[in-house]
Design a protein around this ligand. Structure first.
Ligand code: NDP
Length: 250
């Protein structure tokens, strides 16, 4: 047994940038055929092109992960091309940060739709092929704030905590079918999402990270790769915190 995904087919949502892009490229480098879904089709295409240039195989899809017809099409097309679906990485996520008193209904709904409903739609659609194959891996990208909460992120933290409960429930339902479901909880990772932080907040955060740096998208992708591999067959319903020690001692 080796850490290879040869012969596996993976769907990665939010694959156009940041963590999702690194996950798509890392799974492809390990041998998986990757369906890359991103809101902006050009971003998905760019990632698929990079995977193919590196010798891998990829399909690109543009669309909203919270739209049932988009998800249906993506899964249908992936199965049509590759006849199986082994791995789903629910990574697409957004923030609409503000204090609760000022939070608009749209801020709440948009975050819950993308971060939680998107994962529900993709996981549910993937279960049928996974059950047929008696093998499957679902990895939900949560966040350390889903464990700790965060001022100014009530919507986002609630969506990420809900993803953890979703993960555990799917793990309980699917364990006997050869399908595992785990969550990854990243700390502060260098992507467009964290570039938006004010410099003082970045400096303050940096001081609280024991390993002394923000994470890279690849730091998360390697953890996801492990959970998708045969080596992780006995791990399910867990939260894999990858945060450079940020939450240790909290
Ligand atoms: P980015 O903002 O850098 O990228 C988000 C990706 O998700 C983009 O490719 C974007 O598409 C896609 N996306 C957003 N909304 C949708 C949607 N409705 N449908 C389809 N695709 C969508 O985010 P990160 O890479 O930083 O974050 C990835 C995940 O990791 C998120 O779930 C986030 O919550 C989580 N996370 C990130 C942390 C961090 O420090 N960065 C920390 C903890 C968790 P497009 O490119 O087309 O716009």
């Amino acid at each position: 047994m080796r850490l290879s995904l040869e012969g596996r087919v993976a769907l990665v949502t939010g694959a156009g940038r940041g963590i999702g892009k690194a996950v798509a490229q890392t799974l492809a480098a390990a041998g998986a055929q990757v369906a890359a879904l991103s809101r902006t089709e050009a971003n998905a295409q760019e990632v698929a092109h990079a995977i193919e240039t590196a010798g891998g195989r990829a399909l690109a899809f543009g669309g909203d992960v919270a739209d049932p017809s988009t998800v249906e099409t993506v899964i249908e097309q992936t199965l049509k091309h590759w006849e199986r679906l082994d791995i789903v990485v629910n990574n697409a996520g957004i923030t609409r940060d503000t204090l609760l008193l000022r939070m608009k209904d749209e801020d709440w709904d948009a975050v819950l739709q993308t971060n939680l409903k998107g994962a529900f739609l993709c996981s549910r659609a993937a279960l049928k092929p996974m059950m047929r194959q008696r093998w499957g891996r679902i990895v939900n990208i949560s966040s350390v704030v889903g464990l700790t909460g965060n001022a100014g992120q009530a919507n986002y933290a609630a969506s990420k905590a809900a993803l953890i409960a979703f993960t555990k429930s799917v793990a309980l339902e699917m364990g006997s079918r050869g399908i595992t479901c785990n969550a990854v909880a990243p700390g502060l990772i260098e992507t467009d999402m964290t570039q938006a932080m004010p410099p003082q907040a970045r400096e303050y955060a940096l001081q609280r990270i024991p390993v002394g740096r923000f994470g890279t998208p690849e730091d998360i992708a390697y953890g996801v790769l492990y959970l998708c591999s045969d080596y992780a067959a006995y791990i399910t319903g867990q939260v894999f915190v990858i945060d450079g020690g940020l939450t240790v001692g909290i």
